[in-house]
Design a protein around this ligand. Structure first.
Ligand code: ARG
Length: 423
């Protein structure tokens, strides 16, 4: 008898991937290896491992990838200032390439010819998985059961019941949720109406501001070369630091994000995120860059951040362009060392203090008080030369626009809203 082909499935324990185990056995006649990857969810993964075996997986594997996730994905993204469309801290998007890598590695070590994931056909995650998997190993077959089977939710539940697949209570949950240590992504249900305020029950990590303390919580985050190393003066490993910050900031209602975002596949979609630690760290990191970087460096870092965020969002983690940007960021972060004090209060997170041994802030230059060392007299000459091109342009070009006027009219025309849209 010839051996059945093997497929490694990224298994979460939810309905989709549970049904996928049975479905791939029937439809593709394959042996299924369930691979569950721990990127820092709060739930216990032992029952997930057992559930896969009970449904019929030939093997069930759990990989704790938290540390790799934090030091190879999250902290580099923090250094890069990763923020998609000014809002999304990319928790899900950062997790996908790591899951893809572990799927490919496991397929190799288990002698599987295929890998599988539970993505639908209209999201970003299918793109991220498929591009990453085939970049790492183009000979692997990719199976995406949910994209292929065209079952409705109810048909899926029916299929599950018929095949003895446990359908748990969470099935009544109207939301689709993805969760890892860097954040929670929530979509579907009422959230699909962008006019409706998200109901409280979408949130799990952050308190409603009605229930948060009325006194501020102050925290201090110590960074070295753009990496957070301590919290309130205590050195901490990355995982604990993020977990602790998720708690503290979540308690204060910090980290709720409501984003109308542009997906890779062209759809606009309304996404809710909870990212307490990511929100605080991103803000603190940026504040430290402000005090340790020159104006030009900051301007260019912004450009790099935007490209970097697009690359991560668009599923191009394993591209050489990504490597190029990382090389820049690593160099750019050399002096981002210091401490930031943050105030958390009623859903807000404000930077209230910054210091650095490499600070470019010079008090004697900045002060309006005694001890001022700035050369005020030099300013007059500087301004004369600095304003020279604009002055010359006004004399020649602006004047030419309106003959006869010494001071040309430089106000833009008043615009009425009705001018914009043709009736
Ligand atoms: N829109 C986000 C992204 O593309 C989150 C998707 C999360 N998936 C989910 N099942 N909620 O990264």
């Amino acid at each position: 008898m010839t051996q059945k082909k093997k497929v490694v499935l990224a298994y979460s324990g939810g309905l989709d991937t549970s049904v996928a185990i049975k479905w791939m056995q029937e439809k593709h006649n394959m042996d299924v290896i369930a691979l569950t990857i721990d990127l820092g969810t709060e739930k216990d993964l032992k029952p997930v491992e057992e559930k896969a075996l009970k449904i019929g997986a030939g093997k069930s594997i759990i990989i704790d990838a938290k540390e790799v996730f934090v030091y190879y994905f999250i902290f580099p993204a923090l250094q890069a200032g990763a923020l998609y469309e000014k809002s999304y801290l990319l928790s899900t998007a950062l997790g996908r390439p790591l899951i893809a890598k572990l799927l490919v590695d496991t397929a190799m070590s288990e002698g599987a010819s295929a890998v599988a994931h539970g993505c639908t056909g209209k999201g970003n995650d299918q793109v991220r998985f498929d591009v990453a998997i085939h970049t790492l190993n183009s000979s692997l077959q990719i199976i995406a059961p949910v994209r292929e089977w065209k079952m409705s939710r109810n048909e899926e539940i029916e299929y599950a019941q018929k095949n003895g697949i446990p359908v748990d209570a969470s099935i009544s949950n109207p939301y689709s949720v993805d969760e890892n240590i860097w954040g929670r992504s929530i979509e579907c249900g009422i959230l699909e109406d962008p006019w409706k305020e998200p109901p409280e029950d979408v949130y799990k990590w952050t308190k409603s501001v009605n229930d948060t303390p009325s006194k501020p919580t102050y925290i201090e985050i110590g960074f070295e070369k753009g990496i957070p190393l301590s919290l309130n003066g205590k050195e901490m490993d990355g995982i604990s630091l993020i977990q602790e910050l998720n708690k503290i900031a979540g308690e204060n209602g910090v980290g709720r994000i409501d984003h109308l975002e542009n997906r890779i596949v062209g759809i606009k979609s309304r996404e809710i995120y909870e990212a307490p630690a990511a929100t605080v760290l991103n803000k603190a990191h940026q504040a430290l860059e402000e005090i340790t970087m020159t104006k030009d460096t900051l301007r260019f870092k912004d450009v790099v951040s935007n490209h970097y965020s697009d690359i991560v969002y668009n599923g191009l983690w394993f591209s050489t362009f990504h490597q190029d940007l990382v090389a820049y960021v690593l160099s750019n972060q050399r002096f981002v060392t210091g401490t930031i004090r943050v105030k958390l209060l009623k859903g807000t997170c404000s930077v209230v203090g910054r210091k650095s041994p490499l600070s470019l802030y010079n008090h004697s230059l900045a002060t309006y008080d005694k001890g001022d060392t700035f050369e005020h007299d030099a300013a007059t000459g500087f301004i004369k030369i600095y304003g020279l091109p604009t002055r010359i342009q006004a004399q020649i070009q602006l004047k030419a626009l309106k003959k006869g006027e010494t001071i040309p009219s430089i106000m833009p025309p008043r615009v009425e809203p009705t001018d914009m849209i043709e009736k």
